[in-house]
Write a protein that binds this ligand. Structure first.
Ligand code: UDP
Ligand code: MG
Length: 314
């Protein structure tokens, strides 16, 4: 019995307005895991859905399936961490609710865990269907992330399998503003990567829009790197060189008695200096607001209700 429990796989599924997908994904995962004789529990985290997601989860009535419902939408990161905290297995898998992450890969990932790997990262082979602008933005975002954090986040996804040790390490991190995708490699451990082809969404729409994506990118960039701040310093240095050249030129003009034409230069200087100062203040202000967010120590999520009892003893 004990051995069985140690081998149990906890499957964490964040779900936000996924009423049409919950049954599907639960069915597919159960089938795959039963076929491969892997003992498991499934934990749905309803991230404050406005549709019937909770009703569907509630109606599953399966001894291996549990549900956690948030009091409002806290975002996928909160949902993932709630799942990590609730998972009882020694091996934990995070997977999307829309079947874009193929459940057929789970036995392979689980196999790697049995071989001793502690983090199994599934990477996107191609990024699925995305618009040109979307591709451009994500490329830029990942370039900056990579150069600043030494973490290969391109093609990374939240589709991961983690050993209990890695899960506990993640849960011990004190920060509130997390970026699961990058943290899972930041914590180290014996890691292996596998590739998967992003399937189209089975039903419903993606929860992302450009506004959400941009704020997601900025927030993750600043929580993982200081590049935006360094950029300000760098711009400052460039501008100093520029100012030095212009200054020398102005003095030469003055000495030669031709300095009347200085008006445009003055205006230009004020504008350039002003804009750099403003950008700089903005970036610093952003970091300060993040410090403020962290220092409040608010929980990442608030649970409204839970359903289901896994048959695993505490
Ligand atoms: N999700 C969530 N909270 C949110 C947004 C999304 O729990 O605020 C879940 C969603 O239900 C899905 C997963 O995160 O299971 C991925 O979301 P989505 O498919 O919208 O993102 P994409 O695949 O387009 O990156
Ligand atoms: Mg999706």
């Amino acid at each position: 019995m004990k051995i069985e429990r140690n081998d149990m796989l906890s499957v964490i599924i964040p779900a936000f307005n996924e009423e049409d997908n919950v049954l599907n994904v639960a069915g597919r995962i159960k089938e795959v895991l039963n076929d491969n004789k892997i003992s498991f529990e499934i934990i749905f985290i309803d991230d404050g859905s406005a549709d019937g997601t909770w009703a569907v989860i509630n109606g599953l009535k399966d001894k291996n399936i549990r549900g956690i419902r948030f009091s409002r939408n806290f975002g996928k990161e909160g949902a993932i961490f709630a799942g990590l905290g609730a998972a009882k297995g020694n091996c934990v898998l995070v997977i999307d609710c829309d079947l874009q992450h193929p459940p057929e890969l789970i036995p392979r990932m689980y196999g790697f865990w049995r071989e001793g790997y502690e983090v199994v990262e599934a990477k996107k082979q191609s990024r699925g269907r995305e618009s040109f602008f979307y591709k451009l933005c994500s490329k830029l975002f990942y370039k900056i992330m990579e150069s600043s954090s030494n973490i290969d986040v391109k093609r990374a996804s939240d589709f991961k399998l983690l050993d209990r040790k890695a899960v506990d390490a993640l849960l011990r991190l004190p920060e509130r503003l997390t970026f699961f995708r990058a943290l899972s490699s930041w914590i180290g451990f014996k890691t292996i990567e596998i590739e998967f082809e992003v399937a189209p969404r089975t039903s419903g729409k993606t929860k992302w829009n450009y506004k959400k994506l941009i704020s997601f990118a900025i927030s993750n960039l600043t929580s993982f790197s200081n590049v935006p701040m360094q950029f300000i310093t760098f711009a400052g240095i460039i501008f100093l060189i520029f100012a030095f050249i212009l200054g020398s030129y102005t003095i030469v003009e003055f000495v030669q008695g031709k300095s009347l034409a200085g008006y445009p230069t003055t205006v230009l200087l004020i504008l350039i200096v002003g804009s750099f100062l403003m950008i700089g203040l903005g970036v610093i202000g952003y970091y300060i607001s993040k410090i403020y967010e962290e220092i409040k120590f608010r929980p990442r999520f608030i649970i409204k209700e839970e359903v289901g009892e896994s048959d695993v003893e505490e």
